[in-house]
Design a protein. Structure first.
Length: 94
C-alpha cells in the first residue's frame, strides 16, 4: 500500500537539499517499515514540522502510531518487539 506524504510536509523541501533527499526516500521508507514491523496503516497520514506520523495497528490489532522523523538518529537503536507490540532497544553484541 503506497503512503501519501501530506502536502504541508512536502513543502519542507524548501528547507534544503537534505530535506529534499529525505522527502524523496520517505514514501518507500514508510512502506518498508510498515512491512518490516507488520503494521497496518489504519488512517490518513499526519505530520509535524519534521516528521511523518502514520496511524497504525499491530498484528493483534493494537492501535499505535509510526513516527518517522527527519533527524531519526535517536531511533536507530530500536527494533519492534512483536510479542509485546512495542519498540525496544536493540541488544548490543559483545
Amino acid at each position: 500500500m503506497p503512503v501519501t506524504i501530506p502536502p504541508a510536509l512536502l513543502a519542507q523541501r524548501a528547507l534544503g537539499d537534505d530535506w529534499g533527499r529525505w522527502l524523496d526516500r520517505l514514501p518507500r521508507l514508510a512502506v518498508d517499515l510498515l512491512d518490516e514491523w507488520r503494521l497496518t496503516l489504519v488512517g490518513a497520514p499526519r505530520h509535524g514540522f519534521c516528521s511523518l506520523v502514520l496511524p497504525v495497528a499491530g498484528a493483534a490489532g493494537t492501535p499505535g502510531a509510526l513516527k518517522i522523523a527527519f533527524d531519526a538518529e535517536w531511533a536507530r537503536g530500536l527494533t519492534f518487539d512483536e510479542a509485546h507490540e512495542r519498540f525496544v532497544p536493540v541488544a548490543k553484541s559483545a
